[in-house]
Design a protein around this ligand. Structure first.
Ligand code: FES
Ligand SMILES: [Fe+2]
Length: 355
């Protein structure tokens, strides 16, 4: 198999490669625009592919997503406040309901009707600790991908936010190309990746690598390997990475699962949430303990991989942003590619724009 991979030696021609760097998004998917704990009664502004959107919670706790634009004078509604579940513009106090309709104007004369102006409202749902938004014009036909481990008592979560001045294709290619473990050698995340095979369909690519993992979570104390490098021992594990448009999921052996939930902002800016889970599935004795105690363990170990995850993000962002800058300076320059998973990734990104 190694020979097959080694013999695969393609250079992506420059026009193909470069066009990916200006691709838009397929907006008929669910994107992750915020963490649940970022949204409350005070409006916040988020951006998905050039669309400014205001988020707030109503009195029942439900999240509302509206176009962040007052139709009166085009200022941002996110400067305003929520009054009786309606979003009030900061400028003249017009109010908008959760469907984006103008519901009140404080100085409306008795002989005047409410203006018929309406702003866009978006399908939005809260699931597994994140706010999922559907920016497409069609009605959603699918459910958000979700992150089931977020609520599962056997998984310890760590979250790192990626904010990078680069097109989302650079981020996805970074995440799908496990040969870049070279960059993270000092952080000891994984080593010796070798691509074995790829499964793909129109919405996803699953690249299967073999690799060496530094961590083995088989005793409860072994979680301390996340903090103490001297406890780590290299051993072989399967390393699977999946691009499930527009998001990314990875597993390293049975002990680790990582998600990258995307929110592309523009051709040169991408936001994403990287979520690392350490599995406690191996500890059957733990599973017999009372739920409240297991929840206490889960909550108190939250963020235990923070240093590792933040370190990986810093190193990746540096490379991704340099790639973006090089492209902006000379978009005709040619890349060379040896990893066939990336050929599939670029093809899928382009095909998503045709569908
Ligand atoms: S600009 Fe929003 S109420 Fe006037
Ligand atoms: Fe990385």
């Amino acid at each position: 198999m190694q020979q097959i991979i080694s013999s695969f030696n393609s250079t992506l021609n420059s026009s193909n490669t470069n066009s990916v760097r200006r691709l838009g998004i397929n907006s008929n998917h669910w994107y992750v625009v915020a963490r649940s704990n970022e949204v409350n009664k005070t409006p916040i502004s988020v951006k998905v592919w050039h669309q400014s959107i205001v988020l707030y919670r109503d009195s029942t706790g439900k999240v509302v997503a509206l176009e962040d634009r007052c139709p009166h004078r085009q200022v941002k509604l996110s400067h305003g406040q929520v009054i009786n579940d309606k979003l009030e513009c900061a400028y003249h106090g017009w109010q908008f309901n959760s469907r984006g309709e103008c519901a009140a104007v404080p100085y409306l004369a008795a002989n005047q009707k409410l203006p018929s102006c309406q702003i866009r409202h978006y399908p939005v749902t809260e699931q597994n600790g994140f706010i999922w938004l559907f920016p497409g014009n069609e009605a959603p036909k699918t459910e958000p991908m979700g992150v089931p481990e977020w609520d599962h008592l056997n998984y310890i979560a760590t979250v790192s936010v990626i904010n990078t001045q680069a097109h989302y294709s650079y981020l996805i290619e970074n995440l799908m190309d496990m040969y870049h473990g070279h960059l993270h050698q000092d952080l000891q995340a994984w080593a010796e990746a070798s691509l074995q095979n790829i499964d793909e369909d129109e919405n996803s690519i699953h690249a299967h690598y073999t690799a060496q993992s530094y961590y083995r979570i088989d005793k409860i104390w072994s979680i301390s390997q996340l903090f103490f490098p001297s406890l780590r021992r290299l051993h072989p594990e399967p390393l699977d990475v999946s691009y499930i448009y527009p998001h990314w999921v990875s597993t390293l052996g049975k002990d680790f699962k990582i998600y990258c939930l995307l929110c592309p902002v523009s051709e040169t800016q991408t936001k994403a949430y990287l979520i690392h889970f350490t599995s406690l599935n191996a500890f059957w004795r733990l599973h017999k303990l009372p739920i409240w105690f297991r929840r206490l363990i889960k909550n108190s170990l939250f963020g235990s991989a923070q240093k590792l995850l933040d370190g990986l993000v810093i190193q990746d962002i540096k490379m991704i942003e340099e790639e973006q800058q090089a492209f902006l300076q000379n978009s005709a320059i040619k890349n060379y590619e040896l990893n066939r998973a990336l050929v599939s990734v670029q093809k899928l990104m382009k095909n998503q724009l045709k569908s």
